[in-house]
Design a protein around this ligand. Structure first.
Ligand code: PBG
Length: 322
């Protein structure tokens, strides 16, 4: 395979030939677009650390979702910002919770759009942790029934996919059992299987007002240094009933995405998280990088690594270019 018999540049001579031999093709159909839903109406409150992203009341979320659908994006994932927070995160599983209401209205207005319900307590607890506390520590087993209840309430509201992001052990099994008991045996689970304790979630915690009030999440989210542990988490979640597994964040963990993709036969999702988005937006606003080009390069790299689905705040911007 040596020069001059082989010249790699032959297949790079024009966009037409480059397109013919391109290995990875990004498409709007790959994206899941996150929405932050708040109470009230006509609210479109910008998230300062995420230019282009807003806290949206349900009517506005509906407009945003309609846009997404018209651009060919098949799904949105919902995060709720409740009026009321307490120690047990009760707004997460309230029948009239902001996410439950949003699911009902979105499903009614846009029946074909897939609604992914993020299942976690951190946006709903006054202490900001992803589970309930016993003696100031997150109590794994006491949290499971509340996560299951949250999942069932989102299913009853009409969610199409249930996506637990809390990182409690055994939550996929607990949720699967509860869904089945309530006759939602056909509803798929997308588990945040390998979710790392990451500094890249900073802007999300501003948007969702979900920063922990003491300590951090290292007691349940994964150590960024580990990759074999990710494979174990993924295997465990599939064993418990996960239909799709996710790696999160995406860009600093492309190796993890690639390894997971090699190892499993279920679809793999990756979450291009808030901090990844903020970095690209900030550098672009400073004129230091070309936004469209870098965004598409980032998303392509995540797909090339092995992601079948990409959760990304760039979804609308990217879909407009594709
Ligand atoms: C937790 C959750 C988080 C994100 C999605 N679900 C944050 C966290 O663990 O603090 C982060 C997503 C992002 O940064 O874009 N329920």
């Amino acid at each position: 395979m040596s020069f001059p018999v082989h010249r790699s540049r032959r297949l790079r001579r024009s966009e037409a030939i480059r397109k013919m031999v391109r290995e990875t093709e990004l498409s709007a159909a790959d994206f899941i677009y996150p929405l932050f839903v708040v109470g009230g109406s006509k609210v479109r409150q910008p998230v300062p650390s995420m230019p282009g992203i807003y806290n949206l009341s349900i009517d506005q979320a509906l407009e945003e979702a309609r846009q997404a659908q018209s651009l060919g994006i098949p799904a949105v994932i919902l995060f709720g910002i409740p009026n009321h927070k307490d120690a047990r995160g009760s707004s997460a599983y309230a029948e009239d919770g902001v996410v439950q209401k949003a699911i009902r209205q979105l499903k009614k207005a846009l029946p074909a759009l897939q609604i992914v319900a993020d299942i976690c307590l951190c946006e709903y607890t006054d202490h900001g942790h992803c589970g309930v506390l016993t003696d100031q520590a997150v109590d794994n087993d006491a949290t499971l029934p509340l996560l299951a209840q949250t999942a069932v309430s989102c299913a009853q509201a009409g969610a199409d996919v249930i996506a637990p992001s809390d990182m409690m052990d055994g939550r996929v099994r607990a949720i699967r059992q509860a869904l089945d008991e309530h006759r939602f045996e056909s509803l798929p689970i997308l588990s945040y299987a390998a979710k790392y304790a990451s500094g890249f979630y900073g802007p999300f915690r501003d948007a969702a007002q979900s920063a922990p009030q003491f300590g951090d999440r290292r007691g349940y989210q994964m150590d960024p240094a580990n990759v074999r542990e990710a494979l174990k988490e993924v295997a465990q979640d599939i064993d418990e009933g996960a239909d799709i597994v996710m790696v999160k964040p995406a860009l600093p963990y492309l190796d993890v995405i690639a390894k997971v993709k090699e190892r499993v036969d279920v679809p793999v999702a990756a979450y291009n998280v808030s901090g990844e988005y903020a970095m690209v937006k900030a550098a672009a606003q400073n004129g230091w990088i070309d936004y469209s080009r870098v965004m598409l390069e980032v998303l392509t790299s995540i797909k090339r690594a092995g992601a079948d689905l990409i959760l990304t705040y760039h979804a609308l911007d990217a879909a407009r270019l594709l």
